[in-house]
Design a protein around this ligand. Structure first.
Ligand code: 5GP
Ligand code: ZN
Length: 115
């Protein structure tokens, strides 16, 4: 996808603060962090959102969850972390290339404010 922001980051056309990279995935720090540690894990393959995921993506997505946990530990989040996947406009997604936010450190508030 030529003009997708995260495709450009994964091709190295836009710089990022890299956390991890292999043939299939890239992890990098969020440019506007909401907590002391906030990075994203993306597939190099362009997948617009979780809503577009199909059976063929299952092993990649499973691998990404396992990797998210390992990378969180390596980033110092041994006490725990939050994973967030915003999906579609209704889910608050802003960049339409699938990504898992990994967030932690400091004081993590309740996920959803009630009332
Ligand atoms: P979404 O709302 O789509 O789940 O999250 C998009 C995230 O991408 C936001 O947290 C935003 O701060 C981050 N972001 C947007 N543009 C850039 C960029 O150019 N570089 C990096 N590293 N993060 C970005
Ligand atoms: Zn993309």
């Amino acid at each position: 996808m030529g003009d997708c922001l995260f495709c450009k980051i994964s091709r190295g056309e836009i710089p990022c603060r890299k956390v991890y990279e292999d043939d299939e995935v890239l992890a990098f720090h969020d440019i506007n962090p909401v907590a002391p540690v906030h990075f994203m894990l993306i597939p190099k393959l362009h997948l617009a959102s979780l809503a577009e995921a199909e059976d063929v993506h299952a092993s990649l997505l499973g691998r990404m969850l396992v990797l998210a946990s390992r990378l969180a530990r390596e980033q110092g989040l041994e006490k725990g972390f939050r994973t967030v996947i915003n999906t579609g406009k209704g889910g608050g997604q802003e960049v339409f290339h699938f990504h898992i936010h990994i967030i932690g450190g400091g004081n993590i508030p309740p996920m959803v404010r009630r009332g």
